[in-house]
Design a protein around this ligand. Structure first.
Ligand code: PMP
Length: 491
């Protein structure tokens, strides 16, 4: 067996020796995963789970081609990028071929955070400006420079004046909705206003950074034309546009390889950052930019060296991932299976008033749960309940967004129509049995945690009077949000 320790011992040692800030999935009853294959994960008892959340295992967990490419190269050579090596240049060339021609220079790094941090450095160096505009509810990484511009992790930025965030271009719940005559222009105008306000204070914009589709921010699909208009405002102010494709890149949206391309061929960012799926689980990432931005960075005189970035093993793995995406037509699969899953979820929406919205592209889909379709009151606790009940059905799903009420689908790209049907079939009765009814009055203690994408989390404890019988669901802040508004205000 792949299990080295009894589960209780694993948990004990983890609590004792591993930093507590990394939140465990299903903390009331954590899962121990010992192996995975394709879109399935297996616990220590051999129980299989359908994985709807691991976008990192892009071409499928432990894909044999990727494993083999990494193992072979590891047995041959692994060293840093100061030596000439074919893997590095071949990979840069292959990656570039997926992008518009202007985006031609790659920097290889090791995580999404590193990629975004370097993107900010490139932008500030190129423009000579300092301010970064981000989106509400954005998350761009765990390093200091990015926590500063990631409202998702802060709920409130430390110095919002210096780090303005523009409204999330969410046409379901945001300030301009589907009934607005031109939400793209309206949301872009909000960015222009932030720029104007910065200028009034004598500040200058270095960059606008956004995910091409907001993920942690609630699976938000911006209206068509939004990025073109934002880019026009930002570039007029001398800034550049950074597209964070860390979650949504590499064909996940199906119709295009990069999610920014959904906006049309007339939108080309100045810098694109990549991570997560790029190495199918192997830690690697990349920043791609224009020759002008790269040249300006080189001319600054400061050398850039990264010990692990672009090593021959990472590049071999990156090449294998691109090969598999092509060979197995995973982009086409994302179109077909994504559409099928969306159709099934739309059918559930017609049946269950708890579903307010189904949105997304390809295998990047969000299902927003609401208590009321008119007021859009977020069904936060219900979303947690759904996630927990699905886990009992051996389906792994997460809830995200600022209200933690958006069920988030981003499965490995080898997800099948049958997988989609299984999820819908299991979700149907769960939705029927989910709602305020099972909750009864009870005074309790709530450990409040904000649920976060990949483990990082803020943690604080609050006492609260709230109503709940479905105790295993108490693992997140939303419970306090919904049932104990006073506690929320205190926190
Ligand atoms: N950008 C986005 C959009 C992300 O979702 C994440 C991780 N959740 C990051 C950047 C940071 O990536 P990493 O955790 O690899 O540093």
């Amino acid at each position: 067996s792949a299990e080295k320790l009894d589960k209780s011992k694993t948990l004990f040692l983890r609590k004792k020796h591993v930093g507590p800030s990394c939140k465990i999935f299903f903390s009331q009853d954590p899962i121990k995963i010992v192996k995975a294959k394709g879109q399935y994960m297996y616990d220590e008892n051999g129980q299989r789970y359908l994985d709807c959340i691991n976008n990192v295992a892009h071409v499928g967990h432990c894909h044999p081609d990727v494993v083999q490419a990494g193992a072979e190269q590891m047995g041959t050579l692994n060293t840093n990028a100061r030596f000439l090596h074919d893997n590095l240049v071949l990979y840069a060339q292959r990656l570039q071929a997926t992008l518009p021609p202007a985006l031609s220079v790659c920097y290889f790094v090791n995580s999404g955070s590193e990629a975004n941090d370097l993107a900010l450095r490139l932008a500030r160096n190129f423009t000579g400006h300092d301010d970064i505009i981000t989106l509400e509810n954005a998350y761009h990484g765990h390093v200091s420079s990015l926590i500063d511009i990631s409202p998702y992790k802060h709920h409130q930025l430390p110095d919002a004046e210096l780090r303005p965030s523009a409204p999330s271009p969410d046409v379901y719940r945001g300030r301009y909705r589907a009934d607005h005559p031109d939400p793209a222009a309206a949301y872009a105008d909000d960015v222009r206003e932030l720029i104007d306000r910065a200028h009034e204070k004598g500040r200058k914009i270095a960059a606008f950074i956004a995910e091409s589709l907001q993920s942690c921010g609630g699976q938000v699909v911006p209206p068509a034309g939004y990025f073109q208009q934002v880019a026009a405002h930002v570039r007029r102010a001398g800034g550049v546009v950074i597209a964070d494709e860390v979650q949504v890149g590499f064909g996940r949206v199906g119709s295009h390889f990069w999610a920014f391309q959904l906006q049309g061929a007339d939108f080309v960012p100045d810098i694109v950052t990549m991570g997560k799926p790029i190495g199918n689980g192997h830690p690697m990432s990349c920043v791609v930019t224009t020759a002008e931005v790269a040249q300006a960075f080189a001319s600054s005189g400061m050398e850039y060296f990264n010990t692990f970035g672009g090593n021959p093993v990472s590049c071999a793995i990156g090449l294998a991932v691109l090969d598999v995406i092509g060979k197995e037509d995973l982009q086409g699969n994302a179109v077909r299976v994504g559409q099928h899953l969306s159709d099934l979820l739309e059918a559930l929406k017609r049946k269950h008033p708890l579903i307010g919205d189904v949105r997304g592209r390809g295998l990047f889909i969000g299902v927003e749960l609401v208590k009321d379709r008119l007021t859009l009151t977020p069904a936060t606790a219900e979303a947690q309940e759904v996630i927990y009940k699905l886990k009992e059905e051996k389906i792994l799903l997460s809830a995200d967004g600022p209200h933690r009420n958006v069920l988030k689908f981003k499965p490995p790209m080898c997800f099948t129509p049958e997988d989609a049907e299984l999820v819908a079939a299991k979700l149907d009765p769960v939705l029927t049995g989910t709602g305020p009814a099972p909750f009864t009055a009870r005074r309790s203690e709530c450990r409040e945690r904000s649920q976060q994408e990949d483990g990082e989390h803020l943690r604080r404890t609050c006492s609260a009077t709230f109503t709940l019988t479905f105790l295993p669901v108490i693992w997140d802040k939303p419970v306090c949000r919904v049932f104990a508004p006073e506690a929320e205000r205190r926190a």
